[in-house]
Design a protein around this ligand. Structure first.
Ligand SMILES: NCCCC[C@H](N)C(=O)NCC(=O)O
Length: 440
């Protein structure tokens, strides 16, 4: 009797898993781009639409309000619909929301678009996390999360380094918003490739089938341990000190350090893009994107490190600690902001690389979708509230000093939750601190 040797592109191979990973990462690139289009274009939108900073904050809040309403069910819908139907549903919603934003002729239509977009986008991110857990649990899971974060954040990096440029080159901020919609369509196409590969993999590897009868039970939430809840609390405080900060950071660098929105350079559009990318340290949106660029470079390595050495809770302590001096120095000094942005970038590697892959380790497999959904919904309480506070405080005080102190305070809270997590994990057998060698 001969034993069949699986081919190089068999679903059980690393090559197949990592190819799927590329497509599930590209699945959210459009939504990351469109999310930060508003922050990247903030200075132009404030001028052209005659809006204040609080309104920029409200556009982010609208995204999060919709996300809170639907994401929890999104997580549970994943448990019910399975990865393929759920991802298709939400990526189409993302595309629709981005189209409505780009076509908006009134402020209300703009808000409606952000609501639709938020409902789809955050649910899609929940689905993305659950798909990674489906394909990588017990394998290179933290590395996979790291790679997915790095690729997803390409969307943010491009948004900050091209959106003002598109608006400037085509003399229309609306063209920049249509570019975001186009990228969301690209993500829908990547979704289709994932669907084909996942269906094939499911058949060959006998993965749990879509909608295999998982019941949506709210009382399941009671079964989550304190470790899970501390991860959630850290998630909300940590991300509230990052995304709501970047929402108006381009405006802050323009306002406080006098950095331009784009580098004026002669030549065609691509020449301008290339020049602005290579001189990102000299424009306000470019400096904002340093956090993202730094995190993208290191995220896959940090993920690999987490897989090997574990120490997830300790890394979350370190990452939270870094936020405090970085935000304070941006707020109370006029020093060159670049080193502080690099430090924020380092924090933005350490905490997410350790935090997201911790979830499947502290909840039962059948509740992973619900756990990610609940965590993202709660995270969005912060992502909705703090951009509002950021814009409102800036409008009231005329500077960004008080908002930076607020972000440093969030870093401190995160640090406390990270320490509590470390203690809870010890009580629960140290699963988060253990590396692959210890867990076998
Ligand atoms: N860039 C859009 C907002 C993403 C929020 C999302 N819930 C999230 O936390 N993603 C993980 C990350 O670190 O980007």
């Amino acid at each position: 009797m001969t034993t069949a040797i699986p081919g190089a592109f068999h679903p059980s191979t690393r090559l197949y898993r990592f190819t799927i990973l590329i497509f599930i990462s590209l699945l959210v690139v459009g939504s990351y781009f469109a999310y930060d289009s508003i922050g990247a274009l903030a200075t132009t939108l404030i001028k052209e639409l005659h809006i204040d900073r609080a309104t920029i904050g409200k556009l982010y809040a609208a995204y999060s309000v919709a996300a809170i309403a639907i994401v929890f069910f999104g997580g549970m819908l994943y448990d019910k619909l399975g990865p393929r139907k759920a991802s298709l549903l939400f990526s189409c919603l993302v595309f629709l929301g981005a189209v409505v934003v780009a076509a908006a002729k009134t402020k209300w239509m703009l808000f409606t678009g952000r609501l639709i977009f938020g409902a789809g986008s955050e649910s899609l991110i929940v689905v993305q996390s659950a798909i990674i857990a489906r394909w990588f649990k017990g394998k290179e899971m933290a590395m996979a999360f790291g790679i997915a974060l790095a690729i997803s954040r390409l969307g943010t990096l491009f948004a900050f380094n091209t959106e003002e440029l598109i608006a400037d080159h085509f003399h229309s901020f609306r063209t920049a918003l249509w570019a975001a919609a186009l990228l969301c369509l690209f993500s829908v196409l990547c979704n289709l490739v994932f669907v084909v590969m996942d269906r094939h993999g499911e058949k060959v590897l006998s993965l749990p089938t879509a909608g295999a009868g998982d019941k949506i039970v709210f009382s399941d939430i009671k079964k989550f341990t304190s470790s899970y809840w501390f991860v959630v609390l850290l998630c909300v405080t940590f991300y509230s000190a990052i995304f709501p900060f970047t929402d108006l950071a381009a405006d802050m660098f323009h306002d406080k350090w006098g950095l331009p929105s784009v580098n004026a350079v002669a030549g065609g559009f691509l020449t301008k893009v290339f020049y602005n990318f290579t001189h990102m340290f000299t424009t306000a949106p470019g400096v904002t994107s340093i956090v993202i660029a730094a995190s993208m470079i290191f995220a896959p390595f940090a993920g690999g490190l987490v897989d090997r050495v574990g120490r997830r809770a300790s890394l979350m302590v370190l990452g939270s600690l870094l936020l405090i001096p970085a935000h304070l120095l941006l707020g109370i000094t006029h020093w060159n902001p670049i080193p502080m942005m690099v430090v924020l970038g380092a924090a933005f590697v350490l905490v997410p690389a350790a935090m997201w892959p911790s979830v499947p380790l502290v909840v039962e497999e059948s509740r992973v979708g619900t756990a990610f959904g609940l965590m993202t919904a709660i995270q969005n309480l912060g992502l909705g509230l703090f951009p509002l506070l950021n814009g409102w405080l800036r409008d009231k005080t005329g500077t960004y000093t008080s908002t930076q102190i607020m972000f440093a305070g969030l870093g401190l809270l995160g640090l406390i939750f990270a320490f509590l997590l470390l203690r809870a994990d010890k009580r629960h057998g140290g699963v988060l601190e253990a590396g692959s060698s210890l867990r076998g």
